[in-house]
Design a protein around this ligand. Structure first.
Ligand code: FES
Length: 358
């Protein structure tokens, strides 16, 4: 994964709802291969706001076949970047952008005949829409059901586009909207996608035993509710893919465990490779993580959330033992392949070697 930021021109800032805009980037020809993406991936933006450098990750909301790079940004209360993007950012601006990455993606196959169920909540629709549009275009024999929760009808992002997909792919695609603050005639669609609602959905709309893949993205409580209901209903874990934007606060027990790990890691030697260069250091537990230690050396290690969610700080363990305090951003396959989130990682042996370029 490239850890370099590239200045990209903003071609369009389009208002999607009262609280959200989408941003279309102009990708110059010489950067086209670097900015190629898979459906569902996200990118990191770096921006100086009020003399503070902020970094944020946003999911791409288009499909690769659209030949465009567009993200959507929902304004959140006190959100420095999202507020700036919704109120100040205009076409013609330039943003520092890292090429798209992330494992919340899927390889659709033209000959496959599968059933997909996509749960989205609020701005969690962005990677889901990217996957949905790609799947509909690339897997014509497959079935897609979108279950999309929002507060009210005026906060539904991409409402018209989704309705257009429903008309275009009439035999392959069904969408159901769930609204928290508005009451419609059918009780099932009133209220949030909590455990009870998910259970009702599984009883009336979706037979989980017939579904090949569930994709989930939205607010934490919604994702937990859907994921827990699916696993309680014996859906195998490898049939469920989850993309988190935020994390739950760590419990006091988890915090204690994280501090313990840091203490054990103190004084261990670590070597990192970044952009072809190698550097060794002795782990300073007070700095917290390998990422913070690398940053203190002045190396441009990639990061965005620093909370174990976005996987921007991913590196591969080449040797030695490394533990993570938390991991919300790596898939099981990535962990098996030896990847760690360096913002959460601490060395547990003296021969740790990590490669950011792998
Ligand atoms: S910086 Fe986001 S997971 Fe490490």
């Amino acid at each position: 994964m490239s850890s370099t930021f590239y200045p990209l021109h903003v071609a369009e800032v389009r208002r999607e709802t009262d609280e959200a805009v989408s941003v279309l980037f102009d990708v110059p020809q010489d950067l086209a291969s670097k900015f190629k993406f898979k459906p569902g991936q996200h990118l990191t933006i770096r921006q100086n706001i009020d003399n503070n450098e902020v970094r944020r990750n946003y999911s791409v909301c288009v499909s690769p076949h659209e030949n465009a790079l567009r993200i959507a940004i929902k304004q959140i209360p006190q959100g420095a970047f999202s507020t700036w993007a919704n109120t100040v950012l205009t076409a013609g601006s330039t943003l520092d952008v890292m090429p798209p990455h992330g494992s919340f993606t899927w390889n659709f196959e033209a000959s496959a005949k599968r059933r997909y169920v996509l749960f989205a909540g609020g701005s969690g629709i962005t990677p889901i829409l990217s996957l949905l549009k790609t799947g509909l275009a690339e897997e014509p024999e497959s079935q897609f059901i979108l279950l999309y929760g929002n507060r009210g009808s005026n906060s539904i992002m991409f409402l018209e586009e989704i309705a257009g997909l429903k008309n275009r792919y009439i035999g392959n695609f069904q969408v159901y909207h769930f609204l928290e603050d508005e009451e419609g005639e059918v009780d099932l669609f009133n209220g949030r996608l909590d455990k009870e609602k998910t259970l009702s959905v599984l009883e009336s709309i979706v037979d989980p035993s017939e579904v090949d893949k569930f994709f989930i993205c939205g607010p934490g409580p919604m994702m937990n509710a859907v994921e827990e209901t699916l696993t309680a209903g014996n859906v195998p874990k490898n049939h469920i893919m989850v993309e988190r934007f935020t994390t739950d606060t760590l419990s006091p027990k988890q915090l204690d465990a994280a501090r313990d790990l840091q203490k054990q890691a103190a004084g261990k030697t670590v070597q990192v490779s970044l952009e072809g260069r190698k550097r060794s250091f002795v782990f300073d537990a007070d700095k917290g993580s390998i990422l913070e230690n690398v940053g203190a050396l002045g190396l441009p290690a990639p990061y965005a959330c620093k909370a174990g969610v976005c996987a921007t700080c991913r590196a591969k363990v080449i040797s030695g033992k490394v533990e993570m305090k938390a991991n919300y951003g790596l898939s099981e396959e990535e962990v098996e392949q030896g990847y760690v989130l360096t913002c959460q990682a601490v060395p547990m042996s003296d021969d740790v070697e990590l490669d950011y370029d792998a």
